[in-house]
Design a protein around this ligand. Structure first.
Ligand code: FES
Ligand code: FES
Length: 154
């Protein structure tokens, strides 16, 4: 896929040096999702301090777009309240669908905006974010919980 050079460098940097890759010890919400179109997967963990994301890790197998998106997402949501993380996810989803976003806080995530021109890669970019939304849902509904249901992100 053809992407702006600067954006491509940002994506490759996150792909080759993923931030927050690994596993959290102790009490964490955990969500595992597959990308149904390729079988790649992500496991996302959030450690909470009240309604603030205190820490976050991800693991999984995926292409450069999916790993870079997961890496950037973890950086963007650490320290955010759950509602703010959801608002960012909403902005990111809209950017990836090629829609207007009102958010100025996408920051580095704008490196992925070119994905909107490649429908086959949209699910790659959204995989970790769909895991985030599920994790936030679990956290909001149950206070604490685990979803190892091996769900597929549609
Ligand atoms: Fe590739 Fe699950 S089949 S990671
Ligand atoms: Fe599997 Fe992108 S090709 S996540």
């Amino acid at each position: 896929m053809q992407l702006d050079d600067l954006y491509r460098q940002v994506i490759m940097d996150h792909y080759q040096h993923p931030r927050n890759r690994g596993q959290l010890e102790g009490d964490a919400v955990s969500v595992h999702l597959h990308n149904p179109t390729c079988g790649d997967d992500v496991t996302l963990q959030l450690a909470m301090d009240g309604d603030v994301v205190r820490d976050v890790r991800f693991q999984g197998v995926g292409c450069s777009i999916s790993i870079a998106s997961a890496s950037m997402m973890t950086e963007a949501i650490r320290g955010k309240k759950l509602d703010d993380a959801l608002a960012l996810s909403d902005s990111f989803h809209r950017m990836i669908r090629g829609e207007e976003t009102d958010s100025e806080d996408l920051g580095d995530l704008e490196a992925l905006q070119g994905v909107s021109k490649f429908p086959a890669r949209v699910k790659c970019a959204l995989l970790a974010w769909n895991a985030l939304e599920r994790a936030v849902g679990i956290e909001k509904n149950r206070g604490r919980g685990t979803d190892d249901g091996d769900g597929a992100a549609g």
